[in-house]
Design a protein around this ligand. Structure first.
Ligand SMILES: Nc1ncnc2c1ncn2[C@@H]1O[C@H](COP(=O)(O)OP(=O)(O)OP(=O)(O)O)[C@@H](O)[C@H]1O
Ligand SMILES: [Mg+2]
Length: 596
């Protein structure tokens, strides 16, 4: 039962009053249903086929007025009332179904929006920790699975209310017979509790399997090139066969649980009706009219009661999905990047002096002793170029994440113009910054839309200018559809270097005051690289540039060079100074010169 209440609370939080309206309407249907059963008595007694002593029923006075009419007219009146009630019931039912669908779809959308919004607001640390495919899985499969739960839940309330009303009716007709029926019913419901437990377990397994399934598929589709070139197809297929088999088994098992409990109900109800008729005739023979009615009521009610059981099983199965969605919301709200109200427009920040790192340390895993950055003291002057170099894994990208406020230092501070980087100032800094990551991302749409993403109102001329800056104008012009060429998933239809140039153009289009380039030209040939280098040099003095480079020749004109090793700054100064002073930088430079 606690599962049902959980759903009730969630749906109520979203729909509020509409839910009550629906519940009232369902009670209306229940009542009408009851009345139409009661109407059968005068009908039957008028037919004269069965002689039941209708006078002893408590509600018969209502039909006294029929005595003033002749028998055929009275029957007609009853039948007209009957049809009227049936029509009313059907129309009301239709209304409820529409409302229910509104509630159900509305609740789904509410969950979707709440979850996605909280996800977008979570900090970068949250995304480092969580598997992407898990997030996708929750946002798609799990959320839509809760939908079956909502549907069953609404069905459950309807059945429950109608059942209660009709039991009330039966009770009014004859408390003794009804109590006897109910007692048998309760025993049955109690016996079926174990099916609920199994449904809940199945639901949990479903969530786990679904997650692994999507994660595996995503990985494989992304890594298809490596799978094919290493001929790993058969091995991967083996995995696929095994996991789909598990999913298949799970579904069959749920059908097994469902049909078993239904079968129990049906067999039990047959036995039950037989026993009931036997006992009732012995015990309650004197109340023939009541007995007839109660048998009628319960024979109509019985399918509903077994419906209640199957709705509960569906809910139990969907509940783990709702729980993971809620858990995700909870986790994201705990890792909220900014306080409420930060989604308003923020002024881009103008940096006057520079960005300062004081004693900043950072580690990805707080349980471990390994620091990705340790005691970083660094000043990045405004409108100058700072180059960060160092071996792979030295902590260069991590340092940049820290400067952008994506990760927060565990100890130490980041200051912009001497002021702490508060959440509001982080947003303001980011809106004045363009970042080209080491692993640039392009959407599967046209080149134009990819560019307009950062600057929706840019003119075609501005686009062309940005493209020429990044030495991308020529190749875009040669594409069959030019700016309107669709570039495939993550830009797969472009070469690595073309992708990099496009992302660089996008970064420039935004006219940032801070430009961050993480190996933005690593995939380029020397000619294109030096073209871009010249273009970037022209920006000198106009914006703050932070550049990470492996090819040291590209940073010759930087105002300062920072050398990182194992998360620490080991050298810092002008290029000309570092290239002559004894140290790591000179050795790196020497090795590259010899290599080329
Ligand atoms: N998401 C992460 N979770 C845990 N550890 C990470 C994560 N990202 C990076 N690291 C670790 O932090 C250290 C620094 O990584 P970082 O990406 O900053 O290196 P880098 O200097 O940019 O290297 P490269 O030149 O190869 O890009 C590495 O030892 C890496 O293993
Ligand atoms: Mg890196």
């Amino acid at each position: 039962m606690k599962h049902v209440f959980y759903f009730l609370k969630q749906i109520h939080r979203h729909t509020g009053a509409v839910l009550y309206f629906n519940i009232m309407a369902m009670m209306g249907i229940g009542l009408l249903d009851g009345i139409s059963i009661l109407l059968l008595v005068p009908m039957i007694s008028m037919s004269g086929i069965v002689n039941i002593n209708a006078e002893e029923l408590p509600f018969m006075e209502v039909f006294q007025f029929l005595n003033y009419f002749s028998a055929p007219i009275a029957l007609l009146i009853i039948l007209v009332i009957y049809v009227g009630i049936a029509a009313g019931q059907i129309l009301l039912q239709r209304r409820i179904s529409i409302r229910n669908s509104e509630i159900q779809q509305g609740f789904l959308r509410y969950l979707q929006i709440e979850t996605y919004q909280s996800l977008l607001k979570a900090n970068w640390g949250f995304f480092i920790k969580n598997r992407r495919s898990d997030l996708i899985h929750i946002l798609t499969a799990e959320i839509s699975r809760t939908n079956t739960g909502t549907q069953s839940f609404l069905k459950l309330i309807a059945s429950f209310i109608i059942t209660l009303l009709q039991i009330g009716l039966a009770f009014w007709l004859s408390p003794s017979i009804t109590s006897f029926v109910l007692l048998c019913g309760l025993v049955l419901i109690f016996m079926n509790r174990k099916f609920l437990k199994r449904s809940l377990d199945l639901g949990k397994k479903n969530v786990e399997l679904g997650k692994n399934f999507l994660a595996g598929i995503t990985d494989q589709i992304n890594g298809m090139k490596d799978i094919k070139s290493n001929s790993l197809e058969e091995q991967r297929m083996e995995w696929y066969r095994s996991i789909t088999k598990q999913i298949q088994d799970r579904h069959v098992e749920f059908t097994y649980v469902k049909t078993t409990s239904q079968a129990y109900y049906k067999i039990a109800s047959a036995v039950f009706i037989a026993v009931f008729v036997f006992v009732a005739i012995q015990l309650f023979a004197a109340q023939a009219a009541q007995l007839t009615l109660i048998i009628l009521i319960f024979s109509r009610l019985w399918p509903r009661v077994s419906g209640i059981q199957s709705s509960m099983e569906q809910i139990a199965m969907a509940l783990p999905s709702l729980q993971v969605v809620r858990a995700l919301q909870k986790e994201t709200s705990e890792t909220l990047e900014f306080d409420q109200g930060s989604d308003k427009f923020v002024e881009p920040m103008q940096i006057e002096h520079g960005i300062q790192c004081t004693n900043a340390s950072f580690r990805y895993d707080k349980q471990k002793q390994v620091y990705a950055l340790k005691d970083i003291n660094l000043f990045i002057p405004a409108n100058k170029t700072t180059a960060i170099v160092g071996k792979s894994g030295a902590g260069k990208s991590t340092l940049i994440d820290l400067l952008m406020g994506l990760n927060l230092p565990e100890t130490g501070d980041i200051l912009v113009d001497g002021r702490l980087l508060t959440p509001k100032r982080i947003l303001s800094l980011r809106s004045s910054l363009s970042y080209v990551s080491q692993d640039p991302f392009l959407f599967n749409t046209t080149i134009r839309e990819n560019l307009l993403l950062v600057s929706p109102y840019a003119t075609d001329d501005a686009l062309m200018e940005a493209l020429s800056f990044a030495s991308a104008y020529e190749f875009v012009k040669q594409l069959p559809d030019g700016l309107d060429t669709v570039i495939g998933d993550r830009g797969i239809k472009l070469s690595g270097g073309e992708r990099q140039r496009l992302v660089l153009a996008r970064a420039i289009l935004r006219k940032p005051s801070v430009l961050v380039l993480d190996e933005a030209t690593s995939a380029l040939d020397t000619e294109n690289e030096s073209n871009i280098q010249e273009a970037i040099d022209r920006l000198k003095g106009k914006m703050t540039i932070i550049v990470i480079a492996h090819r040291l020749s590209t940073i010759r004109d930087a105002d300062q060079v920072v050398v990182l090793e194992d998360g620490k700054i080991i050298q810092q100064g002008k290029y000309s100074h570092l290239s002559t002073a004894n140290g790591v930088f000179r050795r790196m430079l020497h090795r590259q010169l010899v290599g080329s």
